[in-house]
Ligand binder design. Structure first.
Ligand code: PEP
Ligand code: MG
Length: 580
């Protein structure tokens, strides 16, 4: 048995065989000279590979249509059309004859040239097409090179997925039913990959460095997502121990689920609101199952990452409407696009940047592409009549951004009125406070909006200057750093002075150790992965608000997080149990 330690990124225990995903997206394409007499046989190799790619795309299209509907499957119809494009056929045939290179190389060059030409045009719509060209030509290439094209969506038996680094878009499109746990070389606790693993209730241990080298396919693995430990080829005693833990957790969950409708009221009567974060509309089922009192954060950018293209106004409207209707009359906060940073997909239009986390992200991106922003705002306004919508802007760094975003919203409202589109009269508008500059001018920002939501994942990243997805500096990503706590306290105080509600939708909101502090600071609303809701409500019900206030005041004056954590642990020791 080998024991490996990483970052406990998504809670839960899983036992299954390893499936190691090696990055071989770009295997070397062979290049060799042919003669004129070979042209015909190379051409027929191309036609055969094209036929196999066609069969594969038809299967994918039908499956997608059944599972997610027409909008997503339409992309495969366009891939089928590309296979029959006379331009493709003529260009390949001509270059085979003119260059006298093998078909793999000719096809590879054709795709590379076309993609380069399109990318130089700087047109987002056409750039979207370049990812389709890449996809279709690589599918044919894979057949020419006798390689099976592998997709995480095709996994059909239970596995522990071991990978170097998966993009958030990989997680949304993989077959979640059979991926029992996720283990990666890279990643931190608040990376979006970790957040998604929690949303989909997949235990995850991340940031192991070189786990893809240490584990072989089919080895039996126990993944302990609670403590960040992996057991490779476990001893029978270890296995028996974890089978016992799994049973205990199932029992504890049953108890929690039996009281999901009880509010989160402290022993001395302070009522807290506990909501859920979601990434895709399908998660509303879990939001209801776990008794959340609304959605505190719908990360709308995942609609883009999931479908790997820009959804039009109608597709966005349908998604927002579904979520609002599913939750009504409970409130739903939909955050406008926060693409960029680690939320990118090769198929989307975000360009490569030297410092993506400090770059063209979220509201900055939307304010520079107002057509894209207006499309989203119109879709949101149209959906507003189907439930209790709140709109939230991400990554606000100063007053001007709020004002520009509000102007954009006003413009979208005027458009709707001019077209007689019915929208809700009052839609609360809020901002995320996740950049230190915004936290420090919370008093000014609070005059402009109806609510704040603290995004601790980014606030910690930018306050301590620590990349939230980089395992090498993960030890510095510390939510109990006194600087972070002081900023949080300041945001809540300033929000309250201005009479607005202050919530938190960063991962800190569900950390049992952070709860008494946040309660003591007076946080109004806690929003988190749906599965964390019942446990959070239970903990809050066991606390005294008056005690929490004292604890928070005392803790924030301590000099480091170790002292703060030990003080909170002492306070909580007789109040909460360890299970779940
Ligand atoms: C945050 O930064 O805390 C947050 C909730 O937003 P995201 O994780 O999507 O960046
Ligand atoms: Mg954020």
């Amino acid at each position: 048995m080998t024991v490996l330690h990483g970052i406990a990124a998504s809670a839960g225990i899983a036992i299954a065989r390893a499936f190691v995903l090696h990055d071989d997206e770009n295997p070397k394409v062979p290049r060799y000279a042919i003669t004129l007499s070979d042209v015909e046989s190379e051409w027929s190799r191309f036609i055969n590979a094209l036929g196999r790619a066609r069969e594969e795309i038809i299967v994918l299209r039908d499956k997608t249509k059944k599972e997610t509907g027409d909008e997503q499957s339409a992309i495969f119809d366009s891939h089928l059309l590309m296979l029959d494009d006379p331009d493709l056929h003529n260009s390949i045939q001509n270059s085979l004859k003119s260059t006298l290179y093998n078909i793999e190389w000719v096809l590879y060059q054709y795709a590379a040239d076309l993609i380069q030409q399109i990318e130089m045009l700087d047109n987002p719509i056409l750039q979207e097409r370049s990812s389709d060209i890449y996809d279709v030509t690589h599918r044919i290439l894979n057949h020419l090179m006798y390689r099976e094209r592998f997709s995480l969506a095709d996994i059909n038996h239970d596995i522990v997925l071991i990978a170097h680094n998966l993009l958030p878009s990989d997680i949304v499109s993989m077959n979640k039913k059979h991926i029992k746990a996720l283990v990666m070389d890279a990643g931190g606790k608040t990376s979006h990959t970790a957040i998604l693993a929690r949303a989909f209730e997949i235990p995850a241990v991340l940031g192991l460095g070189n786990v893809t080298q240490a584990i072989k396919n089919d080895e039996l693995i126990i993944v302990d997502g609670d403590s960040g430990v992996l057991y490779v080829n476990p001893e029978p005693e270890q296995r028996a121990y974890y089978d016992g833990i799994i049973r205990k957790k199932e029992q504890a969950l049953k108890v929690l689920l039996s009281e999901i409708n009880r509010p989160a009221t402290t022993l001395d009567g302070k009522i807290c609101t506990i909501k859920a974060n979601i990434e895709i509309p399908e998660e509303t089922a879990a939001v209801k199952k776990y008794g959340a009192e609304g959605i505190g954060l719908f990360r709308s950018e995942f609609l883009f990452l999931q479908s790997k293209h820009v959804p039009d106004e109608e597709a966005q409207f349908q998604a927002y409407k579904k979520v609002l209707e599913d939750l009504a009359p409970k409130p739903v906060t939909i955050r406008t696009l926060d693409l960029g940073g680690d939320k990118v997909a090769p198929e989307l239009f975000i360009s490569e940047e030297k410092n993506p986390l400090l770059g063209w992200r979220a509201i900055r991106y939307c304010l520079s592409d107002t057509e894209l922003f207006q499309t989203q705002l119109r879709a949101l306004l149209r959906a507003s009549v189907y439930g209790e919508l709140k709109i939230m802007f991400p990554m606000i760094s100063g007053v001007q951004e709020v004002e520009l975003a509000l102007e954009q919203l006003e413009q979208a409202k005027e458009y709707c009125r001019s077209k007689d589109i019915v929208i809700k009269d009052t839609i609360p508008v809020g901002i995320m406070i996740e950049i230190p500059s915004a936290a420090l001018i919370a008093d000014i920002l609070a005059q402009k909006v109806n609510f704040f939501s603290i995004g601790t994942n980014d606030l910690i990243q930018y306050t301590i200057a620590v990349d939230r997805g980089n395992e090498k500096v993960a030890y510095l990503h510390d939510q109990f750093h006194p600087a972070v706590l002081r900023l949080i306290r300041h945001i809540i105080e300033e929000g309250h002075k201005a009479g607005i509600s202050v919530g938190m939708c960063g991962e800190m909101a569900s950390d049992p150790l952070a709860l008494p502090l946040l309660l003591g600071f007076g946080l109004d609303e806690f929003s988190m992965s749906a599965i964390s809701v019942p446990r959070t409500k239970q903990i809050i019900r066991s606390l005294q608000y008056n005690e929490a206030k004292e604890l928070a005041e005392y803790s924030v004056a301590l000099e480091n997080s170790a002292k703060i954590v030990s003080h909170i642990k002492n306070y909580l020791s007789d109040k909460i149990s360890d299970t779940i």
